[in-house]
Ligand binder design. Structure first.
Ligand code: HEC
Length: 143
């Protein structure tokens, strides 16, 4: 009887060691994933901004970048990159940006939750933001 318990305890211990080993190993195998909470979601090249796009960058940096990230590269855990195939003009026309800013967005493409309306922007402001986003998208081969 006593021997049986020893065997049982022995195999439980072995199982524990295996689990512990597995747990220390799995994060190691994930180091290739560069996703960092709060970090960018995609790599974005930012060209020199001129005209409306330059004005739009200023507005975006104030009103949108806190969620969508610097250069609209997204923020892990918070909001998607706008420099992304999903947001090319044929999928999300300029009017989608106007609606997003004035009415907010019900979460549907991503697991980040809803986007609240952004206060204090005119349609003209958002037109500038769109010029900026389209410039970034073109420079990054989105369209
Ligand atoms: C508080 C965080 C937050 C801020 C600030 C924010 N967004 Fe968003 N935005 C989100 C999230 C989250 C989504 C993704 C919703 C989903 O799951 O599709 C989103 C989605 C969008 C979309 C996609 C709309 C659609 O029809 O699918 C556009 C366009 C957009 N945002 C533009 C902007 C612009 C422009 C600004 C600044 C004026 C801005 N956002 C500011 C969080 C934010």
């Amino acid at each position: 009887m006593k021997q049986k318990y020893t065997v049982l305890a022995g195999s439980a211990f072995a199982a524990l060691i295996l689990v512990a080993f597995w747990q220390t190993r799995s994060p190691e195998s994930e180091t290739t994933i560069e996703a960092v909470a709060g970090g960018p979601i995609v790599a974005v090249q930012s060209p020199l901004m001129e005209g409306n796009a330059a004005i739009g960058k200023g507005i975006f940096d104030n009103a949108c970048a806190s969620c969508h990230g610097e250069n609209a590269a997204g923020t892990n855990g918070l909001a998607p990159p706008l420099v992304h195939k999903i947001y090319e003009p044929s999928h999300h026309a300029d009017e989608a940006f106007q609606r997003a800013a004035s009415l907010g967005v019900k979460s549907h493409h991503w697991p980040f939750g809803d986007m609240p309306p952004v206060q204090g922007l005119t349609r003209g402001d958002v037109t500038m933001v769109v010029a900026y986003i389209r410039t970034l998208q073109r420079a990054n081969g989105i369209h």
